[in-house]
Design a binder for this molecule. Structure first.
Ligand code: SF4
Length: 238
């Protein structure tokens, strides 16, 4: 895996790779490669070595397996996720799980059926100026991006939930939440669905009009889920 030069910000959007990559076509091989990637992630300390983090702790930044149809991409894990060793294990994860239930999933689907990834995989710590967690810096994003690109190649999700402004901007470019929540786009046959961050720190969700946008977004996910189930009825799931 090539590693970007530290100190260089990723100035391009993240591209979703084509769904069929011949050398990774066999699920068994993809499972093996993903397991190896997870080991690399857990051992990674690039940001600490480069001085951007006091400690690397990537164990809490990833959950999932080959076959997960939905990939969720957030900003970075927070301290609760690190304490519990699981991404989105705090109140925000509870909100996301309830959103999935509204889209037709059963409770607990977030940590059972969704591949959870992030722009960076270690807790960046609190924002020293307040207002929640610190946003990962451009060099941290650049150092961690190869992991995410590799996961996109291996997992081949059918839909990607872009959770929070930073993940949305990484794939779609800078945008106001009001302009993108409730919309969807496709990249190489993969649905991209922007969602707001579920954290209580954000007041965006307090506006009823914004809740309507979220409801519309969840309708998209529900529709895709029904289509996947209908396809499974004809052909077994991969
Ligand atoms: S954020 Fe990503 S690149 Fe940086 S140390 Fe953690 S796993 Fe490695």
């Amino acid at each position: 895996m090539s590693i970007p030069r530290a100190g260089r910000a990723p100035d391009d959007l993240i591209a979703v790779p084509p769904p069929l990559i011949p050398e990774f076509a066999r699920a068994e091989e993809r499972r093996h490669l993903l397991a190896t990637l997870h080991l690399e992630l857990r051992a990674c300390a690039r940001c600490a070595t480069a001085g951007y983090l006091a400690h690397a702790n990537a164990v809490a930044g990833t959950r999932g397996r080959i076959g997960d149809r939905v990939m969720l991409i957030g900003q970075a894990p927070g301290h609760l996720s690190v304490e519990r060793g699981l991404p989105f294990s705090g109140p925000g994860g509870g909100v996301l799980d309830r959103w999935l239930v509204r889209a037709g999933y059963t409770p607990g689907a977030l940590h059972r059926e969704v591949y959870i990834a992030a722009l960076t995989r270690c807790d960046p710590g609190k924002n020293p100026r307040g207002g929640g967690d610190r946003k990962p810096s451009p060099p941290e994003l650049a150092l961690c991006r190869p992991f995410l690109l590799r996961e996109l190649e291996l997992v081949r999700p059918r839909a990607i939930l872009l959770v929070g402004g930073m993940a949305i901007a990484a794939f779609l470019g800078p945008a106001r939440l009001e302009d993108v929540i409730g919309t969807t786009t496709q990249r190489n046959g993969v649905h991209l669905l922007p969602l707001p961050h579920p954290s209580g720190v954000s007041r965006w969700l307090n506006d009823p009009a914004h809740q309507s946008l979220v409801a519309h977004a969840l309708e998209w996910l529900a529709e895709w889920r029904r289509a996947w189930a209908a396809a499974d009825a004809v052909h077994p799931a991969r």
